[in-house]
Ligand binder design. Structure first.
Ligand code: ZN
Ligand code: ZN
Length: 396
């Protein structure tokens, strides 16, 4: 087995390869299910590593299988490829060439790390048992890439014993790692509500049914779900993030629209919040004389790290980065569709600190000036490569 310090050296050694890939993909961002160019780059690099490659999974997904000396165990490594509908406001030399589309979440870095890990593991294939399944996933940003890949059978032939993935994390500096067991990212349920009243003259409210005042009461009352129906020791969020109604100073509109998101960790809290959400909206709308239509879209379950796998990855991280800061209680109400894989396969999702205040690389994810310290890619490569090898060894 390769000593882990050597893997860190190998990751560092390949840094210019990783960076060149990341910058190329950053210049050519593609939205979910449209990652055709990205998928081409991925497939070519995986084939260069001598892998069996399947393309066109869930439209643009790519799967590569790297065979070691035996057929089991099987480790799944997943990397997301999609960009966001944001106009980039950075001035770097690798700025996006696609107007209105930007890698503002760091998935360009994830793809580059995936291909670097593939390169390193391919060089060591005669030294480990089992197989490594590389999954390059489209459409992570809320449009169902993971679910679609699973539906198309990526968890079969061969089915993985363990799964790993990571995210560059600009809310923490380079050198920080978030590695906690259990639920670390929230379940997401997005909602939209249409409140229907009766339009009329703004000066004669008694002849109308005002959906705006109903919306105001609904928004306020929804906050009591978290405050009064959920234990203060358990996390839950209801955010109303959009409100649309009306077109004039003196007109009471016919209807009002509200949209937002619900985040929870525990399945029973999720159920309680969803049930109370609906009761409160219907009850308040009814009290205000309005009709209401509610739509809830369940986007992802909570992302749950398997304790045993997380402990192993943490041990590896401690060996690799003796001066690194490992936060083993880190959780966020953000969400990730890696949760669909981790619902079926025990594994670990690692947050890799990527911000650098001095270099001005500290804008949050999804910001038009988002960018990160590319040394985080070396950290990601080393952690995933060493953890995959450790799991292959242990499980074999
Ligand atoms: Zn994102
Ligand atoms: Zn992301």
């Amino acid at each position: 087995m390769i000593p882990y310090e050597n893997l860190l050296n190998e990751a560092q050694h390949l840094f210019s390869y990783t960076r060149q890939l990341r910058r190329d993909i950053h210049q050519h961002p593609e939205l979910g299910f449209q990652e055709f160019r990205t998928a081409e780059v991925v497939a070519k690099e995986l084939r260069d590593c001598g892998m069996m490659v399947t393309t066109g999974v869930a439209t643009t997904g790519v799967v590569g299988l790297l065979e070691g000396t035996r057929s089991s165990p099987v480790i799944l490594l997943r990397f997301d490829m999609d960009a966001l509908p944001i106009q980039e406001e950075n001035n770097c030399e690798y700025v996006s060439k696609n107007a209105g589309v930007m890698h503002a979440c760091g998935h360009d870095g994830h793809v580059a790390v995936g291909l670097t890990v593939a390169r390193i593991l391919a060089q060591h294939r005669s030294e480990f048992p089992g197989q490594v399944k590389f999954i390059f996933q489209p459409a992570e940003e809320g449009i169902g890439g993971a679910e679609k890949m699973i539906a198309e059978g990526v968890l079969e032939n061969p089915s993985p014993d363990f799964a790993l993935a990571f995210h560059v994390w600009n809310h923490a500096p380079l050198g920080w790692l978030g590695l906690a067991p259990g639920a670390v990212m929230a379940a997401v349920d997005d909602f939209s509500i249409t409140l229907t009243g009766k339009g009329g003259h703004g000066a004669m409210p008694e002849q109308a049914i005002d959906p705006i005042i109903a919306a105001a009461h609904v928004i306020a009352a929804l906050q009591t779900v978290v405050a009064r129906n959920v234990s203060p020791l358990l996390p839950a969020v209801i955010s109303v993030t959009q409100m649309q109604a009306g077109s004039a100073f003196n007109v009471i509109p016919q209807s009002a629209e509200l949209r937002g998101t619900i985040r929870t960790f525990e399945p029973d809290v999720r159920q309680t919040v969803l049930r109370r959400f609906e009761e409160v909206v219907r009850g308040v709308a009814g009290a205000m004389g309005c009709g209401c239509e509610i739509q809830v879209r369940s986007l992802a379950p909570a992302l749950v790290n398997a304790p045993a796998v997380t402990e192993k990855v943490t041990g590896i991280a401690r060996q690799l980065f003796t001066d690194g800061k490992i936060d083993s209680s880190f959780r966020t109400m953000g969400a990730e569709d890696m949760s669909f894989f981790l619902e079926r396969v025990p594994g670990c999702f690692v947050f890799v600190g990527s911000a650098s205040e001095e270099k001005g690389l500290h804008h949050p994810h999804h910001h038009p000036r988002f960018d990160f310290d590319e040394q985080a890619l070396v950290v990601g490569t080393a952690v995933l490569t060493a953890s995959a090898l450790e799991l292959l060894k242990e499980g074999g």
